[in-house]
Ligand binder design. Structure first.
Ligand SMILES: Nc1ncnc2c1ncn2[C@@H]1O[C@H](COP(=O)(O)OP(=O)(O)OP(=O)(O)O)[C@@H](O)[C@H]1O
Ligand SMILES: [Mg+2]
Length: 467
């Protein structure tokens, strides 16, 4: 570690006294005899601390202090005043001195002040560094919720409330696909008091029931064929952090019952084990499904619904908060411009109009994908209409019905309309997700295989939708 102290004084006896004092403390010292020399030496010496006399020839201490503060604000400067003049002392502190000492100098005081300055500064620099890392991390995972609409203000308020509650308070996030449910879950985690603990997520749609159960509960060695060693489940892995149960509406009813018990008792057993393990994490569940409807159909337990939704957060569809579209568009434009190393000034007015008018079945995710695609395609300074997918400016909910029906035979006419609809639908979904077939099928609520069959029928290739 660099342990140099820079002494700036035109009096060599003072410099000598400092040198002797700090030698015993294992610091090396460098001297400068006026402000200009001090600034010259700064980069070479890289001191952890500077002592600065005020009255010196060429450039005085206050001016040097001001300049050093601008160029190297992380280095603490202790000012030495000759006469204990109040005016000078106040001025020095206003400019940004760490502290000041008056002559005649007291060796013990110098030592204590110096050590405290160095330690505190190091700590502050470390905190700044961590803060920066955290900001970078947040940026990377995108934990920034954009939106000023009053419906979003409600969401922020609820997040604020949740962050003050203990982990036993469950949260249910409801909203259409792409409205930011997972994003909100992550922000709740980060704003909470256990943000240093794990955030574990599991999607209840993608796994078959038995696997989902073992992922959640974990299992003991030998609890089923293939269980070669003990494996902790998500309840355990989430520690005192957050367990995010995504697509809870698709959880098999049988498993819902088991989850309800865990939530009620705040404890669980690994599969094949009998040790009671405490659940310490907060459960945040999310779904795009209408749970009340699912309850009516017997597909979701109402007791679980009430247990999960101690705090319920409803995310509005993007078309219900159109005012936020310009804000989000600019946010994504910046995000993708810097990612692709491009510089865009904004959108042409027509583009902004089209973007604001569109109804976004895929919500914010769809807007995000639209902008990403536009950034990749656009060659000009502003994002122009050419870089938007053809469908979005013309699309409105009535369009499907407007298709001219030339054929008088009902079955034939229906076939034409349906096929036209199917093809448009597929194109639109594939455009939203840049050709990711699994994702397109998921958001359409169609099995991947059926989606692929339809793509084949209309000669569509996912390659054509990749960026
Ligand atoms: N308000 C917002 N501000 C900024 N980005 C957002 C916002 N809402 C959503 N996003 C972004 O949109 C994308 C989709 O969000 P997210 O995955 O959270 O949606 P979701 O509701 O979980 O969707 P699904 O139901 O399809 O899983 C993410 O990239 C997310 O960062
Ligand atoms: Mg999600």
């Amino acid at each position: 570690m660099n342990k140099s102290i820079l002494i700036v004084d035109d009096d060599p006896t003072i410099c000598y006294a400092f040198k002797k004092t700090f030698k015993t403390l294992n610091y090396s010292t460098e001297e400068a005899h006026n402000g200009i020399e001090a600034i010259d030496k700064l980069n070479k010496v890289k001191p952890v601390l500077i002592f600065m006399d005020i009255t010196m020839p060429e450039m005085d201490g206050l001016e040097a202090l001001e300049r050093i503060n601008k160029s190297n604000p992380q280095i603490p400067v202790i000012v030495i005043t000759g006469n204990g003049n109040m005016e000078t002392a106040i001025k020095a502190m206003q400019i940004g001195a760490y502290d000041y000492l008056t002559k005649p100098l007291d060796i013990d005081k110098i030592r204590i002040t110096a050590q405290r300055a160095i330690e505190l500064t190091q700590m502050k620099n470390k905190i700044d560094e961590l803060q920066q890392q955290l900001e970078k991390k947040n940026e990377a995972i995108g934990t920034n919720i954009i939106g000023q609409h009053f419906l979003m203000q409600d969401v922020y308020k609820k997040i604020g409330v949740v962050s003050t509650t203990p982990n036993t308070t469950n949260v249910l996030i409801l909203g259409e696909t792409g409205t930011g449910k997972e994003l909100v879950a992550r922000v709740i985690h980060e704003k909470g008091t256990h943000s240093d603990q794990p955030f574990q997520a599991i999607n209840c749609t993608v796994l078959p029931e038995s696997l989902l159960e073992s992922e959640l509960f974990g299992h003991e060695k030998g609890s089923f064929t293939g269980a070669e060693r003990r494996k902790p489940g998500k309840f355990e892995l989430a520690g005192e952090g957050t367990l995010f149960l995504d697509e809870i509406g698709d959880m098999p009813v049988n498993l819902q019952k088991k989850l309800l018990r865990v939530i009620q008792e705040r404890s669980f057993e690994r599969l094949g084990g009998n040790e009671q393990i405490k659940l310490k994490a907060r459960i945040i569940a999310a779904t795009h499904r209408d749970l009340k409807d699912a309850i009516k159909k017997g597909e979701f337990r109402d007791d679980l619904f009430y247990r999960l939704g101690v705090i319920e957060i409803i995310l509005p569809p993007l078309r219900e908060r159109k005012e936020d579209i310009p804000l989000l568009s600019n946010y994504f434009l910046q995000k993708f411009s810097s990612r692709f190393g491009k510089k865009y000034k904004g959108f042409t007015p027509e583009v902004m109009e089209v973007l604001t008018e569109y109804h976004y079945p895929g919500n914010v995710r769809e807007l995000e994908n639209l902008i990403e695609r536009a950034v990749a395609l656009e060659r000009g300074e502003l994002i122009s209409l050419q870089s938007l997918p053809a469908g979005i400016s013309a699309t409105n909910e009535n369009e499907i019905i407007d298709i001219p029906i030339l054929n008088k035979d009902f079955t034939e006419a229906k076939k034409v309309v349906v096929e036209s609809f199917e093809k448009k639908f597929l194109i639109q979904r594939l455009e939203e997700v840049s050709g990711n077939v699994s994702e397109a099928a998921r958001i359409s609520g169609i099995e991947r295989q059926s989606f692929q069959r339809l793509m084949k029928k209309y000669n569509l290739s996912s390659e054509d939708f990749k960026l």
